[in-house]
Design a protein around this ligand. Structure first.
Ligand code: ADP
Length: 188
């Protein structure tokens, strides 16, 4: 089973993805974490290329991330299922995910769309910046990330809605409430 957690930055994808992956015993593939690790280790080309985009809150170009996404999906752990957190985020990434799974006779089974108001997103990211000090949680980078989400990632919702696999999850409640909603939606 392949489940995509989709939502704006700050919507809680990472938190809910972790809970879900643990409950279902599936690996979670998180492009943000992979990029942060590559940047920390200075791995070429990903870590070096990514930094200038990441810090400003821009998407790392597809030319750099598509290879990483393909490698992650092809890992033995992800042969029968995975929780996708933070990708696909562009039409090209969605096409790659669709094609890679289709070649294996698989597909995305559920898209969970975490729905949170923009005020709440900004509030959460500001709070997180106090604790974690992520460079992309600066006010400018937060604004950029929200804009880019609307421009590049939100259109994927229409793409997947046509297939009837999108579930809208109210994302403003407590972590536990949202996790319960998700459990009910996917039926396990
Ligand atoms: P959030 O969703 O809260 O912005 P992430 O950790 O998912 O946090 O992403 C942080 C940053 O990492 C993004 O702003 C972008 O620079 C980069 N990134 C993560 N995933 C991708 C992706 N699939 N494609 C391009 N860039 C990505």
């Amino acid at each position: 089973m392949f489940i995509l957690i989709l939502g704006a930055p700050g919507s809680g994808k990472g938190t809910q993805g972790r809970i879900l992956a643990e409950r279902l015993g599936l690996p979670k593939i998180t492009t943000g974490d992979l990029i942060r690790t590559a940047m920390k280790e200075g791995t070429a080309p990903l870590g070096i290329e990514a930094k200038k985009y990441y810090d400003e809150g821009k998407l790392v170009p597809d030319s750099v991330v598509l290879g990483m996404i393909k490698d992650e999906l092809d890992r033995p752990e992800a042969k029968t299922g995975a929780i996708l957190d933070g990708f696909p985020r562009t039409a090209a990434q969605a096409a790659l995910v669709d094609k890679t799974l289709a070649q294996r006779g698989q597909r995305l089974n559920h898209i969970l769309l975490l729905d949170v108001t923009e005020d709440e997103l900004v509030r959460r990211m500001r709070a997180r910046s106090q604790v974690e000090g992520r460079p992309d949680d600066s006010p400018e980078a937060i604004a950029t990330r929200l804009q880019i989400y609307q421009r590049d990632t939100a259109p994927l919702i229409a793409h997947y809605t046509q297939r009837g696999i999108v579930h809208r999850v109210p994302g403003g409640g407590t972590v536990e409430q949202i996790a319960e909603d998700i459990k009910r939606i996917i039926g396990r």
